[in-house]
Design a protein around this ligand. Structure first.
Ligand SMILES: Nc1ncnc2c1ncn2[C@@H]1O[C@H](COP(=O)(O)OP(=O)(O)OP(=O)(O)O)[C@@H](O)[C@H]1O
Ligand SMILES: [Mg+2]
Length: 466
């Protein structure tokens, strides 16, 4: 219903009102108790003084001592009304300032006095002013009399009224001051958030390199800016990878497609011999096979990126998998007079690995055969490393050039030598690393190998029950 700004302001002002209101009320109540207590104490002291004289004189004569004795000025009695009554309600004596009037003595009050209780009463309409009265029972020679002393409540009421006004004014000023300070703080805070929102709105996919401004403070706003900026960095790099991949993929698809188109157009230009058509179709088939291989690889990469290709439950003994891959690539190696040696160490061969690892080993062996000189040897070693299995491929080729080393796992990257001398799309290593990562393992190249290249894949393995 309310905006964040409205809710903050309302909440703040409401809380300040409640706190300041309660504090003012508590202060006023405490003052009222203290003033009433003082008046009651003074009235009771006077009543006890009169009662003391009555007891001392055995009640003869019964009179009120409202004129000062001796020449000493006294303020104690002039503003008090005093009367002495018996419990039948007969007034036995009263102070001169009562004139012909009497202080009230109702039956209920008589009964409480008879029970020996000292009773305080407030008389709002007793005379010109509201009165407070104490009635003190006194037993004189077996007879119960009551001394009643009343004083005006006017002073107390006026003081309380003035204090009430003062408290209310102070509370209002306090509420205004604290609310004003809160409003300023809230406005500053929300202005910073508004600034961030309008800057964030301006950042689109064309300006993902931009960042939100940081005020330098390590507060909640600073943390929010840091978090949003870190998110922007992640988005930017993901976006860049995606953009480069799309550009590279379309480029790689365009080249074989235009070759295919040229081949077909040239063939169809005029009638050809049967052999020509057969040769042209064979060449087209080669191109189509290359294309479908590329599309397969791109699809696998896209699935891995989307997280739909992951380590499943089915596993394959690593020895069986490696032997099958080596067997498949043996003809290609023999074509170049090369030999592939497979070395499965200890009990590692029984470890179960994900079937997708066959594609990784195929890519590594394909590279080793492709980039090594004829007559050289490729060695595949399988061994256990803790609970994991290592697959290592060593060749005797040129190794990885230092300038290529940081890039060989990038999609579509091919070294200068590779581009010049061998076919390929630069996807094999990128795809292999994505597969191994999706399976929770790692794939790296050992640049320090003395001769040739050494690629090592580490992957999780399941071991058969002994
Ligand atoms: N065993 C190796 N010896 C020397 N260079 C290698 C070796 N393996 C990979 N490289 C370098 O790394 C680059 C990337 O390899 P990758 O397997 O990704 O692509 P490719 O083999 O060129 O093409 P594709 O695998 O798509 O057919 C290669 O072009 C090459 O420059
Ligand atoms: Mg390759």
């Amino acid at each position: 219903m309310f905006s964040l700004r409205g809710r903050l302001v309302l909440g703040h002002v409401g809380a300040v009102l409640v706190i300041v209101g309660c504090a003012a009320l508590a202060g006023w109540w405490q003052l009222s108790r203290s003033l009433h207590g003082q008046l009651d104490g003074a009235l009771l002291a006077l009543a006890e003084a009169e009662a003391g004289i009555l007891v001392a004189t055995h009640g003869t004569p019964v009179r009120v001592h409202d004129t000062p004795s001796g020449n000493v000025p006294s303020l104690t009695r002039l503003d008090r009304l005093i009367q002495i009554v018996d419990l039948q309600g007969r007034v036995l004596a009263r102070s001169s300032n009562l004139a012909n009037g009497t202080l009230p003595l109702q039956t209920a009050l008589q009964a409480r006095l008879a029970a020996g209780e000292t009773v305080f009463d407030t008389l709002p309409h007793a005379g010109e002013e509201p009165l407070r009265m104490v009635s003190l029972p006194t037993v004189i020679d077996g007879r119960t009399l009551a001394v009643q002393v009343a004083g005006s409540l006017d002073d107390v009421d006026h003081t309380l009224q003035a204090a009430g006004l003062l408290f209310a004014a102070m509370a209002a000023a306090l509420v205004l001051a604290v609310s004003g300070a809160g409003l300023l703080l809230t406005r500053g805070l929300l202005r910073a958030i508004d600034g961030l929102v309008s800057r964030a709105r301006l950042i689109g996919d064309a300006s993902l390199h931009e960042r939100l401004p940081h005020q330098g403070a390590d507060d909640e706003i600073g943390k929010l800016v840091d978090t949003l900026n870190a998110m922007l960095s992640r988005l930017e790099s993901a976006f860049m990878v995606q953009r480069r991949f799309t550009a590279d993929a379309s480029h790689e698809l365009r080249t074989p497609l235009s070759r295919l188109r040229m081949e077909i157009e040239v063939t169809l230009r005029r009638p050809r011999s049967e052999e020509y058509y057969a040769e042209a179709l064979r060449s087209c088939l080669e191109e189509v096979l290359r294309l479908s291989g590329l599309v397969d690889q791109l699809l696998t990469l896209a699935r891995i990126d989307a997280g739909t290709q992951e380590g499943g439950a089915d596993t394959l003994p690593v020895a069986m998998m490696a032997q099958a891959v080596v067997g498949r690539l043996q003809p290609a190696a023999q074509e170049r007079a090369m030999r592939i040696r497979l070395d499965i160490m200890g009990s590692a061969g029984g470890a179960g690995v994900h079937p997708a690892l066959a594609l990784v080993l195929t890519n590594l062996l394909d590279n080793a055969i492709k980039f090594s000189p004829p007559g050289s040897e490729v060695e595949v070693t399988v061994y256990k490393a803790g609970d994991d299995v290592m697959l290592v491929v060593d060749d005797q080729g040129p190794g990885i050039a230092p300038e290529d080393l940081p890039h060989i796992f990038d999609r579509f990257y091919r070294g200068a030598q590779a581009r010049a001398a061998t076919p390929g799309m630069g996807l094999g290593l990128a795809l292999s690393r994505s597969i191994v990562h999706a399976l929770g393992g790692s794939l790296g190249v050992d640049a320090s190998a003395a001769r040739g290249a050494r690629f090592a894949a580490r992957t999780r393995a399941v071991y058969p029950l002994q």
